[in-house]
Design a protein around this ligand. Structure first.
Ligand code: MF3
Ligand code: CO
Ligand code: CO
Length: 257
């Protein structure tokens, strides 16, 4: 079931989304070689809680999902290089040349805002830079398709056509999702597909678009911790995510600082 949000609800999601985006702005300059992902996570927890909100990932999921999966133990996901998504903050240190993806979801006044970016630390390989730029561009192209009457499939097609023309691949296993009143709502928003297919968009829908783009093949595997998703070929992956509302005449990005 897809919840259509009222203007008042969208206003609340915008405030939460703004905080999530501000959290990423806050940590961006702190991503230097030597800092551990756990240190970054602590800074993110404090930043969010000091502003009267709560990190949605902390304690999320677990038993009702896959068998060995425990609730997610951190205030953000930090996924480096070949880690696609859901990296768990820990003792790993950031290194020069890393692609560092940070995904923050805030709950403010009961409303969810979900956003992620790829940060380039120091001297990144040319292909790493190209991958990151293409991923950002694919999200922009996808958002451009969003308006009443367009289709979910238009979003995926915009991403897939652009990304495959660049020689990269679109991860299939994880998709965007409705968001706002809950963390993960209907509909699913694949980052691949065909124009003119899938649900027709209506004003009041709010969902994420969060393309995960791989340098090599699109296949991923989940590590023993039940969360960390990595590329099967060990190559790089990048991601950007915004929470987007369908408005009466187009769309609005709700995760801007
Ligand atoms: N924020 C992620 C998303 O974009 C979900 C992370 S769930 C977690 O949907 F438990 F791994 F944190
Ligand atoms: Co999301
Ligand atoms: Co997210």
């Amino acid at each position: 079931m897809i919840y259509l949000k009222t203007k008042e609800q969208i206003e609340k999601i915008r405030l939460s989304g703004q905080l999530a985006a501000q959290t990423l702005d806050y940590v961006a300059p702190l991503l230097v070689p030597g800092i551990t992902t756990k240190q970054i996570d602590k800074l993110i927890y404090d930043f969010i809680v000091e502003r009267g909100a709560y990190p949605a990932t902390l304690g999320y999921g677990g038993s009702r999902l896959a068998n060995k999966q425990k609730p997610f133990p951190a205030s953000c996901c930090i996924s480096i290089n070949n880690v696609v998504v859901h990296g768990i903050p820990g003792t790993t240190k950031i290194n020069d040349g890393d692609l560092v993806k940070i995904d923050v979801t805030t709950i403010l006044d009961g409303y969810f805002g979900d956003t992620a970016r790829t940060f380039l630390v120091g001297n990144v390989s040319d292909n790493g830079v190209r991958l990151c730029q293409a991923t950002k561009k694919s999200l922009d192209l996808a958002i451009e398709t969003v308006r009443p009457g367009s289709r979910i499939g238009d979003i995926g097609a915009a991403i897939q056509e652009y990304i495959e023309a660049q020689g990269f691949s679109v991860v299939r296993f994880f998709v965007g999702h409705g968001v706002g009143l809950k963390f993960h709502e209907d509909p699913s928003v694949p980052h691949f597909g065909q124009r003119g297919t899938g649900y027709r968009l209506r004003s009041g829908m709010v969902f994420t678009i969060e393309p995960m783009i791989n340098e090599g093949v699109f296949d991923v595997k989940i590590l023993e911790d039940g969360w960390t998703a990595v590329t099967v070929d060990g190559k790089l992956s990048a991601q950007f995510e915004h929470t987007v509302a369908v408005t009466e005449d187009g769309h609005e990005i709700l995760t801007l600082p």
